[in-house]
Structure formats: C-alpha cells, structure tokens
Design a protein around this ligand. Structure first.
Ligand code: UT7
Length: 333
C-alpha cells in the first residue's frame, strides 16, 4: 500500500519582533502577566508593505521544497489551512498557487483554526494513500495581527495571537519499510462554536458589515479563555491517546510531541499528564506567540532545523481550538 511521507518542512515568520514590553505601551498589560499566563515573550507581526498570507506561505513552501530536495513544479495539489485569508474569497490557496507558478493544479482551503494544519495534513495523507496525487503541499499560514484590538478591551486576546507560515511537503512512498504518516484523527464539537470565534462579517445577517459591528467588536476574536483552556487540556490528552491506541503504541514510543502552540501552560499541563520529559516536547510559543494554523508546521520546521526532530523519530502532533476542533497525527520521519 502507498504510504504518505513528510519529506520536507519549511517556515517563514515576519521580521518585525513585538515584545511584551511593546504591548505594555499600548494596553494595560505587563511582561510578567503575559509570561506567567502564556509563556510568550515576543511574537512576529507582518509588514503590510511586504507580507501577505499567501506570500509568507510561498516562502515557507520554497523552504520546504529545498529541504525535501524537490522542484516546486513537482507539487500536484495544495491544501491551505488558514482562518485569516488575504481575501474574503477566494481563499489564499489559489494565491499561493499563482505565487508558486503552479497554474492548473487544485488548491483546497481549510478553515479549522488551530486544528487546521492537521485537518489539511489528513487530506494530503488520504489523497496520497488513494493514489490520487503523489506530491502534496500542506500549508498553515496566518496574519492575525491586523485584526487584534491593541487596547485594554482587546488585551485578553491580543497578547496571544501573531503571524507566520509553515509548510510540509507530503509525498507518496512505495517502500514497504517506510511508515510515514501512521494516522490522523480529527474531531469537532460545534456546540462550542461561539466560545472562540469572530462573528462578523457574516452572511446570515441583513447587512454583512455595519459600523455597529466594528464598534461592538463583532469583527474581533471573542475567546472564553478559561473554557477553551479547560477543554484543551482534556482533549489534547484524549486525542494523543487515540492516535497511540490506533497504532498499538504507547506514550514511551513517541520521540517528540509538538502540541499546537496555544499557551505554554497548556503544553506543560499536557506534558505532565502524559509523563513526557522536557526533551520530548518542543515548544516555541515563547518567541512566536500563537499563530493558529501555522503554529504546528512552524514548530515542526524549527524542530527539524535544530535537529530536535531527527530522521527515524516518531513525532506526535496535536491541536485544539476554535470550533471546538481537535486533532492528532503520528508521523515517522
Ligand atoms: O489557539 C486557540 C486556542 N486558545 C487557547 O487555547 C487559549 C486558552 N486560554 C488561555 O490561554 C488563557 O485562558 C488566557 C491566557 C487567554 C487567559 O489566562 P487566564 O489565566 O485564563 O486569565 P483570565 O482570563 O482568567 O484573566 C485573569 C485576570 C482578569 O482580571 P481579574 O478579573 O482577575 O481582575 C483579566 O481581566 O487577568 C486579566 N487579564 C489581563 N491582565 C493583564 C486578561 N488579559 C490580560 C492581559 N494583561 N493581557
């Protein structure tokens, strides 16, 4: 049976570094509050003159293709996870396709927020296992900073989110000995949709966008942080165990866990619950904040560059976020 193997990883983060001290200047917050509650010290914000979701994704894609040792023209299909597309429509998938000069190939947009990258990866995995495509580009990319409310009202959300892009190239592998992506596991519970969401502009109201929506923060992310946190710590553990059980593996078989970088406290809680050591969990939220769909592929790419993730390793990735959605995958490198 054809396997789906991750053969290249890449990432791009904007140059502009925004520290907690920079945020202190525009809202009632403090470096110590942000560090204690989230682990974040600094994050990256895009440059409107230079960066778009699609061109950040293109930079990450080229990085991944170079690392994989393939030519961009070998890519047959794009799966693009973002909740912050450059346009209301079409999605950023077609913009990335244009940017990479891959006219004609399919480009699919995924909007499952923090779980978006794993949802996207599952699609690549299935297309490859079904022998539909042999080389698929999977992206997680976001520009959150342009929607953040940089004042006291928005501080609960604004100090967390940030910008960046990550890419993975997934390729068909016919060698029986190579395992590649072992499995992906996807979940959702729409009963909690309004616990973390951006309400406006939405199609189901008389006027899609009004001045009131802007004034009453409908266009900003609303997050019930405590509730998200409580569900996250339970679902992370559940979905990681589900992946292990599906493959007859135990937690000790994992070389590395890369959780979605939502909050360092969530990652540390999950690490403790699972009994993993510090060298078995990779976090970079301290430097990049929460980049939603981009956080896992950025972390995977960095872990690979730093040789924290190595050839032969069994990696577990897991995510939880808006929807609620949650997901996991086990990948052999
Ligand atoms: O990636 C998508 C999924 N998202 C998540 O997984 C996020 C999950 N939730 C969280 O990470 C945490 O809930 C937060 C980091 C968002 C908030 O931390 P918390 O420990 O749950 O704080 P809180 O919301 O309970 O607020 C505690 C206090 C409040 O003040 P009072 O009512 O105790 O006086 C807030 O008003 O902290 C205040 N506060 C702040 N203070 C300084 C809220 N935001 C800030 C801020 N700076 N930025």
């Amino acid at each position: 049976m054809t396997k789906a193997k991750v053969i290249g990883l890449g990432h791009y983060v904007p140059e502009r570094v925004v520290t907690n001290f920079d945020l202190e200047k525009v809202m009632d917050t403090s470096d110590s509050w942000i560090r204690e509650r989230t682990g974040i010290a600094e994050r990256r914000y895009f440059d409107p003159e230079k960066d778009t979701v699609a061109n950040m994704a293109a930079k990450a894609s080229r990085d991944a293709a170079e690392q994989a040792g393939i030519d961009i023209s070998e890519i047959e299909f794009i799966v693009f996870a973002t909740i912050t597309p450059d346009y209301f429509f079409p999605g950023s998938g077609v913009l990335l396709q244009r940017e990479l000069g891959l006219e004609g190939i399919g480009a699919l947009d995924i909007r499952n927020a923090c779980s978006g990258f794993i949802y996207a990866l599952s699609i690549a995995e299935q297309y490859i296992k079904a022998n539909t495509y042999r080389t698929v580009l999977v992206i997680g990319a976001e520009i959150q900073s342009s929607a953040l409310e940089m004042n006291d009202r928005g501080r609960g959300v604004s100090v967390i989110f940030a910008d960046g892009a990550g890419a993975a190239i997934v390729q068909a592998e016919d060698n029986e000995q190579i395992e590649g992506i072992l499995s992906t596991h996807l979940h959702a519970d729409g009963r909690f949709a309004e616990e973390l969401y951006v309400k406006d502009p939405g199609s189901s109201r008389k006027h899609r966008l009004t001045k009131e929506m802007i004034d009453e923060v409908g266009i900003r992310a609303h997050m019930n942080g405590n509730m998200v946190f409580k569900h996250a710590v339970v679902k992370f553990q559940e979905v990681i165990n589900e992946a292990l059980e599906a493959n007859n593996l135990e937690i000790g078989d994992i070389d590395l866990l890369i959780p979605h970088q939502a909050n360092l406290r969530i990652s540390q809680f999950v690490q403790k619950q699972l009994g993993l050591g510090d060298d078995q969990v990779f976090n970079n939220i301290m430097r990049y904040g929460n980049t939603t769909a981009a956080s896992i592929p950025i972390a995977m790419s960095e872990a690979w560059q730093k040789a924290v993730l190595k050839p032969g390793d069994l990696l577990c990735i897991a995510a939880f976020g808006s929807g609620f959605t949650w997901a996991s995958s086990l990948i052999k490198f």
